[in-house]
Design a protein around this ligand. Structure first.
Ligand SMILES: [Zn+2]
Ligand SMILES: [Zn+2]
Length: 286
């Protein structure tokens, strides 16, 4: 293993799962969502062209699962041309080092997210006191120390273009993290939203387990900037996406998506922002 690449000292397997774990869903002819325990990764690329990109890198110790999912869709020995990160939380970079070592491909993230991926900055500690459920309560167990990808991670091009995906552009959607991005394709309005919003109540162990669909803001225990998070949901809603793959929960499409996203953008203070919690007191207790 490349010595330059290190996970944080608190990196570990997290024993949380859902009924969707291990299951892949073809959302569009060239867009596949695949659930790793409680988080989704996404493959973009037509299987017959054997060229594809991976978005996000799953949970700790999930590299084998991700590699076999890639080979299932794109054939034995298939490897992506690059890995795109929506943000650097542990459940989106859990297998990144093994994947870099196995595939030897570049990784891209927003410029503002790179300090968190190169051991220069730490995300705020998760908030177990936030309104929500059991996942929020267990969030202090989650790895939070920064990983170091050294110069294996590069900034996304400043002009909004996405490496290896000419039809797509990235959109800065901060709030959940400062350098959070979503990926959007104008031709069919496909959206990969990361944790800018999700389709499951990610704080609730029961709802995560059952994957009951319900539009939600970003996971509450790890979202420090609710003003930006709301603005980001408004930005995504204004694109009128036709299909959304979110970091957590099942893909949402069509009218169900437009109706729910409109509601979330309008009533974000009621639906998304928790009534209490260390990141929200300034919004609700004044
Ligand atoms: Zn996150
Ligand atoms: Zn997440």
């Amino acid at each position: 293993m490349d010595k330059e690449l290190t996970y944080g000292s608190d990196y570990k397997y997290i024993p949380a799962t859902s009924v969707g774990s291990g299951i892949g869903i073809q959302v569009l002819p060239d867009v596949f969502s695949h659930t790793i325990q409680i988080v989704n990764i996404c493959f973009i690329g037509h299987p017959e062209k054997e060229e594809f990109v991976l978005v996000d890198a799953g949970m700790p110790e999930s590299a084998e699962m991700i590699i076999s999912a890639a080979e299932e869709h794109y054939g034995p020995g298939a490897k992506p041309s690059c890995i795109l990160l929506t943000h650097g939380h542990f459940d989106h970079v859990g297998a990144i080092i093994e994947l870099i070592n196995h595939w030897k491909v570049p990784v891209y993230a927003h410029q503002t997210e790179i300090p968190y991926l190169t051991n220069k900055m730490s995300y705020p500690e998760p908030d177990p006191t936030v309104e929500g459920g059991m996942i929020a309560k267990m969030s202090p167990l989650f790895p939070n120390e920064p990983i170091n990808l050294g110069d294996h991670v590069q900034a996304l091009p400043a002009d909004g273009k996405v490496p290896n995906l000419p039809e797509w552009r990235w959109i800065h959607t901060p709030g959940h993290t400062p350098g959070h991005v979503s990926f959007f394709r104008d031709t069919d309005k496909a959206l990969i939203a990361g944790d800018a919003f999700v389709t499951v109540k990610q704080e609730s162990l029961y709802k995560v387990l059952t994957q009951e669909q319900e539009i939600s803001g970003p996971p509450r225990y790890l979202t420090p900037d609710w003003d930006s998070a709301w603005q980001s949901v408004k930005t995504l809603e204004s694109l009128k996406p036709s299909a959304a793959i979110t970091g957590h929960g099942l893909p949402m499409t069509g009218e169900e998506l437009s109706k729910n996203l409109e509601m979330l953008a309008r009533d974000f203070d009621k639906i998304a922002i928790p009534d209490y919690g260390k990141f929200t007191d300034k919004y609700k207790n004044h």
